[in-house]
Design a binder for this molecule. Sequence first.
Ligand SMILES: Nc1ncnc2c1ncn2[C@@H]1O[C@H](COP(=O)(O)OP(=O)(O)OP(=O)(O)O)[C@@H](O)[C@H]1O
Length: 449
Amino acid sequence: MLDKDSLWQKLSDQFRSNTTDLTYDTWIKPVKPISFDGSTLTLSLPSELHRDYWKEQLAANLIEYAFVITKGNIEPKFILDSDVNQEAQEKPVDNSVQQESDNDEFSFSKENHLNPNYTFDNFIIGKGNQMAHAAALIVSEEPGKLYNPLFFYGGVGLGKTHLMQAIGNKRLEDHPETNVKYVTSEAFTNDFINAIQTNRTEEFRREYRDVDILMVDDIQFFAQKEGTQEEFFHTFNDLYNNDKQIVLTSDRVPQEIPKLQERLVSRFAWGLPVDITPPDLETRIAILKNKAKLDNLVIPNDTLSYIAGQIDSNVRELEGALSRVQAYSKLKNEPITTDLVYEALRGLKLSQDNRQLSIVDIQNKVASYFHISINDLKGKKRMKSIVMPRQIAMYLSREMTSNSLPKIGKEFGGKDHTTVIHACDKIAEIIKLDADLRKEIADIKSALN
Ligand SMILES: Nc1ncnc2c1ncn2[C@@H]1O[C@H](COP(=O)(O)OP(=O)(O)OP(=O)(O)O)[C@@H](O)[C@H]1O
C-alpha cells in the first residue's frame, strides 16, 4: 500500500498535468497529506474556501485519479490547517502531526479603467494573500454566484487593487462580452455629483447598473458622504438582486468605516470579507524576483533578499525601492549588487526614519511577526495566541507613539481605555520576568525603528 506522501505525490502529479498552472498553484499546491489508511486520504487545506472548492470542483477528479493509481476506491477527507495545528498543540506527543504543523511555518461604462498589468499571472501568492487570491479566482470564474460582494480589506499597498482588477482582466480574457466596470469610490462620488448637477441621474444609473461586475476601490472614502452612500445602496441592491458581481476594497473592515450607514455595513458582510496582511520575507523576495524578471533586471539572489529584508512595510514601497535601485545603478553605471543597494536605499531609510510611527504601523508589524490577521489583532478573540500579540501591540502603541489611551483603544476595534491600561500593565509586568518575550518585543521595536 502506498503511504500518504507517495499517494499524494502521484495525485498532485496528475493534477499538475491536467490543470492550468494557476489552478495548480492556487488549489493543489497548498494541500498537505495528513493520513492514508488504505481507503480514506485525509488532506489538510489552508482555508474554508479551499475546502469548499475542493468538495465542489476537485474531489471527483481526485477519486478518479486515485482509482487509476491504486485500483481502489479512495475517499478524500478534508480538514483545515488550523485544525491540524490545534490538534498538534493539544497532542504534542504525536510526532507525525507535529511535523506537519512545523512545515506549515515556512510558509489578491464602456471604459473599464483596468490596468492590464494587474493580472493573476503577475500576482505572487503568499500567506497574507492566499485566501484573497483564491476568492478572487473563484469570482473571476463564476461572478455573482458564490461570494457577493467580495470585500478585500487591509493596509495600503498590499495588492487589493491588483487582485480586484485581476478578476476583471481574467474575466474579460475568458469572456470578452462581460461588462466590467472598475472605479475608485472618489470617481463614483464625482460621477454622481456631476450627474445631479447636469440632470443626468438616469444616465448615471444606467452606467453603473448595466454591468456584470462592478468594482469599487477604497470605499472607506464613502465615509460621511450621505448622498453618495444612499445612491450606492440602490446601485448595490440593483446589481445584487440581478446576480451581478460586486467587488469592494477598503483599508479596514466595514464596521470600522466612520459614518457608514448600518445597512451598507451589513450588506458588505453578506458575501465574503477577506483580509490581506503584509507579505512575509519569503513572499517579498518572490515579489522582487518576479518584478526584476518583468523589468529584465539582473540581480543576485542575496541582493534581492537584502532588499526584501530592508523594506517590509508593503509591496508598493518594495517596488518603489527596486525602482530606486534600478535608477541608481543606471546613474552610476554599475551592476546591481548588495553594496550598491545599500547606497541606494540609505536615503530611503532616512526619510522613513523621519516619518511619525503610527498605531497602524505597529499593528501591521505585530500581526505579521506573530502570523495573525489584523482582524484578529483588533478583534475580541480570547485565545492566548491572539490576546498576547494584541496586548503587545497596545503596549507598543502606548510606548512608541504619542496617542492617548482612548485613541489607542479606538484603533483596536473600539476598546475601552481601561483595556489598554490593563494590557500595558500586564506586558510591563511579564517582560520583567520573561526574557523570551523581552527579546521578541525588542525585535519588533527594532524592526519598527
Ligand atoms: N502579491 C503581489 N504580487 C505582485 N505584485 C503585488 C502584490 N501585491 C501588491 N503588488 C503590487 O504592489 C503595488 C501596490 O498594490 P495595490 O495598488 O494593489 O495595493 P492596494 O492594497 O490597493 O493599496 P491602496 O490601499 O493604497 O489602494 C502594485 O504595483 C501591485 O501590482
